[in-house]
Design a protein around this ligand. Structure first.
Ligand code: PLP
Length: 384
């Protein structure tokens, strides 16, 4: 006799019906309609030659996006945190000194993850909204002598954009790898992996790439690959082990690909479409568009009497932190924007909780019409 089937969770539901939000928070941003269309293409097998061709195109387009010739360039299956985890799990061996620049929430996450892989973590810290100078980084490298320096280019919690020019050379002079989080900046702000000497870089699909969350572009320089290949201990995370993933994403001696895990086929269709769109627009034009919509936002905020938290020269074009004026309840504003105007912006995190709002202009969303719609709605909500 089988046990009786329980209907406790056999709930009645309606077909999915989600509100038409304008996503102007720290991500996800609205997905490009062409990516949604690509996602609805019927999946093929993950070793089908037609999918292998898609994988090759995705990898080349990612090399364009990262401005790199790195062979080991692929999308990790997972969100930006999976990219962060893959980066650390592969290049950090137990006992390695990892120096993390903390100027926001995601710097702290790097610390938390690096510790779990056995790193001897050292930190340099800055107030949220500030960036590290080359001199500060040089001094920290001299003092700590790390194997890896980890920095966040676009700190989504603070709205600051960490300059990276010269940091790679500095790291290499100190026999150290440079690892960079570009989750909130890739595609929205300049990134030159090879020219800047970035050894490990990761991002996320759901921000400036206009794709849904679920893939994390990752790229490793030959120097970083040599560190992975020379490990004394196996990578502690099987799913994210790049030596295994490389056998699926790169051609094997027999000309085939080796199964590792089933790639999220439809997410790769979407990413390919988004990367095609960026390639068609051109990186320079995409960066300029992000910069111009951010400047329109900054000027408009000023006209509303609002102040940005980060000095203009270090502002991230894809995410702006706006100071909450005295006497205003930040949560009430975000809730009203969402409920009455279908616009999502976010409240501050950590040190900046209650002090700022976070406004994202990422990828497909980074357009003047969206900026004007937000400024109009924000003005009305604040007037109330
Ligand atoms: N790093 C930065 C700078 C981010 O902004 C985020 C997400 O907001 C992450 C890492 C983590 O990405 P995810 O939430 O996609 O896992």
């Amino acid at each position: 006799m089988n046990a009786p089937i329980s209907d406790q969770y056999r709930i009645e539901t309606e077909p999915l019906d989600m509100p038409p939000r304008l996503l102007l928070g720290p991500g996800p941003s609205n997905v490009h309609p062409r990516a949604l269309q690509a996602m609805s293409t019927a999946p093929v097998g993950h070793l089908d030659p037609s999918f292998v061709a898609v994988m090759d195109e995705v990898q080349d387009l990612l090399r364009y996006l990262w401005q790199t010739e790195n062979e080991l360039t692929l999308p990790i299956s997972g969100t930006g945190s999976a990219g962060m985890e893959a980066a650390l799990a592969n290049v950090v061996e137990p006992g390695d000194v990892v120096l993390v620049g903390i100027a926001g929430y995601f710097g702290q996450r790097l610390v938390e993850m690096a510790r779990r892989y056995g790193a001897d973590v050292r930190c340099v810290e800055k107030a949220w909204g500030e960036v590290f100078s080359l001199d500060e980084l040089r001094q920290a490298l001299e003092e700590q002598r790390p194997a890896v320096l980890a920095l966040v280019q676009g700190e989504t919690s603070s709205g600051a954009c960490q300059p990276l020019e010269g940091v790679g050379d500095l790291c290499h002079e100190h026999d150290c790898l440079l690892l960079v989080d570009a989750v909130a900046s890739l595609g929205g702000a300049p990134f030159f992996a090879d020219e800047w000497g970035v050894d490990v870089a990761y991002s996320g699909s759901q921000k400036c790439l206009s794709c849904p969350p679920g893939l994390a572009p990752l790229s490793l320089s030959p120097r970083a690959v040599a560190k992975v290949e020379g490990r004394d201990t196996p990578v502690a995370n099987w799913y994210l082990d790049l030596t295994l993933l490389a056998q699926y994403w790169g051609e094997q001696p027999d000309g085939g690909r080796k199964y590792h895990h089933t790639a999220p086929i439809n997410m790769n269709y979407a990413l390919r479409e988004c990367l095609r769109l960026i390639a068609a627009e051109g990186l320079e034009a995409a960066w300029k568009r992000h910069r111009e919509s951010a400047e329109l936002l900054w000027d408009g905020l000023g006209e509303l009497g609002l102040e940005c938290h980060v000095p203009r020269e270090h502002r991230l074009p894809s995410l702006t932190t706006v100071r909450v004026p005295q006497g205003v309840n930040p949560q009430e504003v975000t809730t009203t924007l969402l409920q009455d105007h279908n616009i999502e912006i976010a409240n501050g995190l950590g040190q900046l909780a209650g002090k700022v709002w976070r406004v994202g202009l990422m990828g497909y969303n980074s357009r003047p019409d969206n900026v004007l719609r937000l400024l109009d709605a924000l003005g009305r909500v604040l007037d109330r």
